[in-house]
Design a protein around this ligand. Sequence first.
Ligand code: ATP
Length: 289
Amino acid sequence: SFRSSIGLMDIKPVGWEQIGGLEDVKLKLKQCVEWPLKFPHDFARMGLKQPKGLLLYGPPGCAKTTLVRALATSCHCSFVSVSGADLFSPYVGDSEKVLSQVFRQARANTPALVFLDEIDSVLGSRSVGTLGCDAQERVLSVLLNELDGVGVRTVERRGTKSDHQEYQEILNQNVMIVVATNRPDVLDDALLRPGRLDKMIYVPPPDQEGRLSILKLCTNNMPIGPDVSLEKLAAETCFFSGADLKNLCKEAALAALQENGLEATTVKEGHFAESLRTMKPSLNLEFYT
Ligand code: ATP
């Protein structure tokens, strides 16, 4: 699956519009990754640089991974990904070698976006980590080296080349790192020093309006009956993550199939209600404070 594969990936393009709500977050991502790539001179003139590393944090199932895929799509970057679980899997070998390999692949396929998902399990402060202390130390040191070494070239105006050529050159040297975590509090401080993961973006759980957008997206290709009010559902799904909402819609469609067999043509109010009764939201008040 997408999540458990390591390394260079041929991602299915994801458009920003496939992500419900989170308009502020989308804008921030565009501002700090897409714009500097597209308008390097304007950024340089304003004394701005592209961050080398980004940290996305927030509750599980609320679109962090999907946002990074949309970012890679809109920047036309290759997407190289590894998760904490991959890194400490007994099947993949030495964690730090795997991580180095990921960065080698990124450098061979620039412009590239390296995505390190659920990384707190590996890079959490010593007590929280799941790897042995030594292995964790070695993984952290690979990552810090890469953060210090990977180039986002500073842009200088050179008159001889077309903007397009220069844009291509900048792209070709670019490796950008995005780290996602549910637990920013446990990350090693060294990662958060200036010049490393120097931009932190909070990806919040969806509010009612966000839930409505997500529900609309999830039922886009679903024959929902006229009795279904997505507005009402959005109001009733406090503490549901985006992933939960997606599941809710899927379960409702399955309930319709179960009730009417393969003749089923509509997903009705009752199916959503049934699905809602059986589902527990994965978030709680903690994630909203
Ligand atoms: P985790 O922390 O568990 O890795 P995540 O924050 O990376 O989760 P995703 O993997 O991006 O979350 O999302 C999980 C699923 O929920 C995806 O299938 C995604 O399509 C859906 N989803 C979550 N939030 C949204 C949203 N705002 N709009 C559309 N789909 C969403």
